[in-house]
Each structure stands twice: as structure tokens, then as C-alpha cells.
Design a protein around this ligand. Structure first.
Ligand code: CAA
Length: 241
């Protein structure tokens, strides 16, 4: 496996941590970004030996500066995994504009910001991999998530369009649409609602973060050279199309 440089946003916890670890295991040099939790990031680096850097993926300038610094200190970014995401769940009756805007800014504009900073270099060098983490709820919708579902389904359109732009230049752009994965993100879901959700998953359980990470290693590998503009659904059969 070639020693390519990978950046994983939200890469120190949850699904992102599993992705960072898998890519490292595959011989990639990984830089994980995180947005706020210094303690978790420090523990992650101590545990894994993977460097963590802090910036806000929802801030365009911060993304440009962070990528320039990585390219200077570590090297050119070949693999970009846009994993960082937040939820601010509330039904439409209660959702505020701030909850709408914050989720769109981090989850969707975050993908634009990071791709804008890394895609041109990949295109010039003739090799690149971008993987955007969508969601089953971007494919199927979810009560309490007009913000999140809009951002995540936006990611799927973003992915296909950028895939077309990269296709003749060795840059593939794909999405993974995880189902319900056992991470801190599920913490705000009431127990009675959680039971209803698990009942809708044919496999009968939540996913494990590593089950998403294994998909990312494939999509970022040379084995996936003819895969672009696709969405890999990893959801225990919850949403089948
Ligand atoms: N599936 C099925 N039913 C759901 C549901 C869901 N995901 N979410 C809400 N409901 C139901 C509730 O059970 C309730 O039904 P009843 O009236 O029959 O009891 C009804 O919708 C209204 O819900 P609440 O009583 O809970 O209303 P609330 O205003 O107190 O809270 C809520 C609303 C914030 C949306 C809360 O229900 C909730 O957190 N739901 C879960 C939303 C969800 O699935 N978020 C995903 C987070 S993980 C993630 O986003 C990662 C990913 O990519 C998959």
C-alpha cells in the first residue's frame, strides 16, 4: 500500500476514529481533524499515534489554512474523508433557524470547504480520493431531522457532481451512507424512539463504526479506481436502494 496522506475530518471520535485507524493500518499517513473536544483528541493521539489538528470545518478560511499547513508540514493531501457532522434534532414545530443553519454549515458546507482546499491539488497530481459521509437519513428522511437530512442528501448530489469533474483526472469522489451506528451521536435519542429505530433495521442491531471504516478503506484504495460518483450504503438493510 502506497504511503498516501489522508485527512479525516471529525477523525478522533466515533466513525471518524475508526476510519483514521483503518487508514493508518493500510499504511496511510493520517491527520485527523476535530472541532472542539481537546481531551478526546489528546487521548486519541496517545492511543493511536495519529496526529490530531483542531479547526472548524464549517469555517471556509480555517479549512483553507489548515490544509495549507498540513501540506507544508506533512505533505500533499491525496485522500480526503469528509466525515465531520453534527445533529441538532428537533421536529419542524420546534426547530430554530440556528439549528437549521448550524447543521447545514458544518455537515454540508464542511464538505465544500475541505474539497475546495484539496481537490485542485489532487487533480493536478492526477490521483485523489474523496469520500463524503452521508447518511441513511439523507436517503430516506427522518422525523426531527429536516436540517440533517437536507445536509446529508445534499452531500449525495455534491458527490456526484464533483465525481464528474474529477473523473478524467484520476480523482474519484464517492459517498458512504451509514445507517444507525453505535456512537455518541445516538446519545440524544430517547430510549423509546431508539427501540423503534432498531426495529426498522433488518439486521436487527446497530452498526459498528469499523463497519463504516472498512468501506472507506475500499473506496480510498487503488482497488476502487473505477468507482466514482457512487453511494455505498452500509446500514444493515434499513434502506435498500
Ligand atoms: N423513528 C420512529 N419514530 C420516531 C422517530 C424515529 N426516528 N423519531 C421520533 N419518532 C416518533 C416518537 O416516537 C413519537 O411518536 P409517538 O407520538 O407515537 O410517541 C413522535 O415521533 C414524536 O417524537 P417525540 O415524542 O420524541 O417528540 P419530541 O419533540 O420530544 O422529540 C425528536 C423529537 C427530537 C425528533 C426525538 O424524537 C428524537 O430525537 N428522535 C430521533 C431522531 C433521529 O432518529 N435522529 C438520528 C440521530 S443519529 C444520526 O443522525 C446519525 C445517522 O446518520 C443515522
Amino acid at each position: 500500500m502506497t504511503d498516501r496522506i489522508a485527512v479525516v475530518t471529525g477523525g478522533t471520535r466515533g466513525i471518524g476514529e475508526a476510519i483514521s485507524l483503518r487508514l493508518k493500518d493500510w499504511g496511510r499517513t493520517v491527520v485527523a481533524s476535530y472541532g472542539g473536544n481537546d481531551e478526546a483528541a489528546k487521548a486519541f493521539t496517545e492511543r493511536t499515534g495519529i496526529e490530531a489538528r483542531k479547526w472548524n470545518v464549517g469555517d471556509h478560511e480555517e479549512c483553507v489554512e489548515a490544509c495549507a499547513a498540513i501540506e507544508k508540514d506533512v505533505g500533499a493531501i491525496d485522500i480526503m474523508v469528509n466525515n465531520a457532522g453534527i445533529t441538532r434534532d428537533a421536529t419542524m414545530m420546534k426547530m430554530t433557524y440556528e439549528q437549521w443553519e448550524e447543521v447545514l454549515r458544518v455537515d454540508l458546507s464542511g464538505c465544500f470547504n475541505m474539497a475546495k482546499a484539496t481537490f485542485p491539488g489532487m487533480r493536478t497530481r492526477g490521483w485523489g480520493r474523496i469520500v463524503n459521509v452521508g447518511s441513511v437519513n439523507g436517503q430516506g428522511g427522518q422525523i426531527g431531522q429536516v436540517n440533517y437530512a437536507a445536509a446529508k442528501s445534499g452531500i449525495h448530489g455534491f458527490t456526484k457532481s464533483l465525481a464528474m469533474e474529477g473523473a478524467r483526472h484520476g480523482v474519484t469522489v464517492n459517498a458512504i451512507a451509514p445507517g444507525y451506528i453505535a456512537t455518541d451521536m445516538l446519545a440524544t435519542i430517547p430510549d423509546n424512539v431508539m427501540e423503534k429505530i432498531v426495529a426498522q433495521i433488518p439486521v436487527g442491531r446497530l452498526g459498528d463504526p469499523d463497519e463504516i471504516a472498512r468501506g472507506v478503506t475500499f473506496l480510498t484504495s487503488d482497488n476502487a479506481s473505477f468507482v466514482t460518483g457512487s453511494t455505498l450504503s452500509i446500514n444493515g438493510g434499513q434502506h435498500m436502494y
